[in-house]
Write a protein that binds this ligand. Structure first.
Ligand SMILES: Cc1cc2nc3c(=O)[nH]c(=O)nc-3n(C[C@H](O)[C@H](O)[C@H](O)COP(=O)(O)OP(=O)(O)OC[C@H]3O[C@@H](n4cnc5c(N)ncnc54)[C@H](O)[C@@H]3O)c2cc1C
Length: 510
């Protein structure tokens, strides 16, 4: 098999005959078997190009994904996992690969039941604190955008996670695209497939089973309390509860388990029309059937702090991601086709524990995050509407009289966000938007709307663990895992960390 690289126009990249001709011109051979290996868009100049690498062969091409040898684990040693997000589920899959029985406790409901609770947030403004955009089967990953790139390839085997996702039903395109994306409409089925598979091999998943307490003898956890009642004896526990489980952080803190404050980021979610972003990014090319809806990534240093775009969703929707009544939170998702007329992204300011008077307090950043979410909730009259301001009005400090249509279904209310947000955040955001307009002329417009807050970017708490063995620094059978513990940011890195924690557990067991 040969690998051949081509630089194509967007039109050529969609035309298999044109690709065959170019491959022949480059290699002098007619390959009967050809497939994309890697694909990326280069839109830096007006002359937009698709960079492609192709597998070319005279024989049948091998499978794109490796074969996995999952074990039957009905009678195997158990490992307990708290949380069925990407980290918990991939920890469980690794348990099956390694021959251990995963037993997962998940506070939320199955994918299907969970959907009803999401509808209630939008329509009735009621948040179920165990079943919402962050909690439930598949965790925050299920109704997420499903972008699958991670900035740090050093964290582990990214390809393995992508191949497992393909094994459970994702399109093979995620192995090809430089910026792979699944989409909110496709993720739930993949999560359900993972669940069925874990159960079929002898693993256990207990839904609506919130871990409400832990019991220790000396420094070892001996049992978990489920739903304030049942006790479950445990040997090893992977804690994969995500960054939104504030009650878990409080529980650990009260239990005297060491936590540290962690830098995170907070700001707003800005929504433009996708047409406007396409026009800027594709140099005026609009509604081009050969190009996907465009994305952007922006970053600047403003008064000594990083301000950057986060979780940009082309063709996306802004979602109500609060995990309790009494707060509002925004985040974004998009369907696989990214075919909504909106484009949204978090624009956030880096926050450090040293920004506060009591930087040693492990929960200082968490409390700040919660206070901003609560202030935004109160600002709109105590419901799931979010405070909003037109973008230029935000930068110039003016009240917005009206709004273009927003994708945020619970609704938006005109609020002076420049006054509501803490000044050290609002002022940096104002400066950053001016700077971003220089990088993407037309970005700073009153046709865009700022929604607040974007606050669940990463965990505000760090659960320290041994660098090699990955267990908690003081509790040797507790494995703080993935995003909630501060070791991952996003679906892929959470999945990688889940797999790594399971590997370390099994090294201890055997
Ligand atoms: C709307 C939205 C869009 C996103 N888009 C993307 C994206 O495009 N790409 C990307 O990489 N990331 C995205 N993310 C972030 C991504 O979903 C998270 O980074 C990822 O899910 C973290 O995985 P995790 O397993 O560490 O934690 P989580 O996914 O948060 O899972 C934790 C699980 O633990 C459960 N749990 C919590 N407390 C308890 C308890 N006491 N007992 C039992 N169970 C408990 C929760 O119910 C939850 O299911 C998005 C998130 C949201 C909300």
């Amino acid at each position: 098999m040969e690998q051949v690289s081509l630089v194509l126009t967007p039109e050529e990249a969609k035309n298999s005959e044109a690709i065959k001709i170019q491959l022949f011109q480059k290699t002098g051979q007619h390959f009967p078997h050809i497939r994309w290996r890697k694909r990326s868009i280069d839109a830096r100049s007006r002359n937009i190009k698709i960079n492609g690498t192709f597998d070319c062969s005279n024989e049948e091409l091998p499978n794109r994904i490796r074969s996995f040898s999952f074990k039957e684990v009905h009678e195997s040693n158990p490992v307990h996992i708290i949380g069925a997000g990407p980290a918990g589920l991939f920890a469980a899959l690794n348990a099956l690969l390694l021959g251990y029985k995963p037993i997962i406790f998940e506070r939320g409901k199955t994918v299907r039941k969970r959907r009803r609770d999401l509808a209630k947030i939008a329509k009735e403004h009621v948040v179920n604190s165990d079943s919402n955009y962050c909690f439930g089967e598949g965790g925050a990953g299920t109704y997420s955008d499903g972008k699958l790139y991670t900035r740090s390839k050093k964290r582990g085997d990214v390809e393995l996670v992508l191949e497992l996702l393909v094994f459970f039903g994702a399109s093979e395109d995620i192995l090809i695209d430089a910026h792979p994306h699944i989409g909110t409409n496709k993720l739930p089925k993949i999560i359900e497939n993972i669940r069925s598979f874990i159960l079929s091999k002898g693993g256990e998943i207990h839904f609506e089973s919130k871990v409400t307490g832990i019991q220790r003898i000396k420094n070892k956890i001996v049992s978990l309390e489920i739903n304030h009642q049942k006790k479950q004896s445990v040997n090893h526990v992977i804690l994969a509860t995500g960054h939104s489980a504030r009650d878990v952080f409080h529980m650990l803190h009260q239990e005297g388990i060491k936590l540290l404050p962690k830098p995170f980021a907070l700001g707003v979610r800005v929504e433009h029309s996708q047409d406007l972003i396409d026009r800027i990014q594709y140099h005026g090319r609009l509604n081009d059937e050969y190009l996907p809806p465009s994305a952007y990534s922006l970053v600047d240093q403003i008064d000594g702090k990083g301000v950057y775009s986060f979780c940009m969703c082309p063709g996306g929707i802004i979602a109500p991601c609060a995990t309790e009544n009494g707060e509002v939170v925004t985040n974004g998702w998009s369907p696989s086709k990214r075919n909504n007329p909106y484009s949204n992204a978090g624009i956030v300011v880096s926050i450090d524990p040293s920004d506060f008077d009591n930087p040693e307090d492990p929960l200082v950043c968490l409390r700040f995050q919660q206070a901003v979410e609560h202030a935004c909730y109160e600002a709109t009259g105590n419901n799931q509407k979010v405070p909003a301001q037109r973008l230029l009005d935000f930068v110039e400090g003016k009240q917005s009289e009206n709004f273009p249509r927003s994708s945020y279904t619970p609704g938006i209310e005109s609020v002076r966000l420049d006054l509501l947000l803490p000044p050290f955040i609002a002022h940096r955001l104002q400066k950053a938007f001016r700077s971003f307009d220089k990088k993407m002329p037309g970005f700073l417009t009153n046709d865009a709307v700022v929604h607040a807050p974007e606050s669940r970017t990463s965990s505000p708490v760090f659960i320290p663990r041994d660098r090699e063995r990955l267990h908690h620094v003081e509790v040797p059978n507790l494995y703080p895992c993935a995003e909630g513990a501060g070791y991952a940011g996003g679906i892929v890195s959470a999945a990688i960390d889940g797999m790594k924690c399971m590997e370390r557990v099994t090294q201890t067991v055997s």
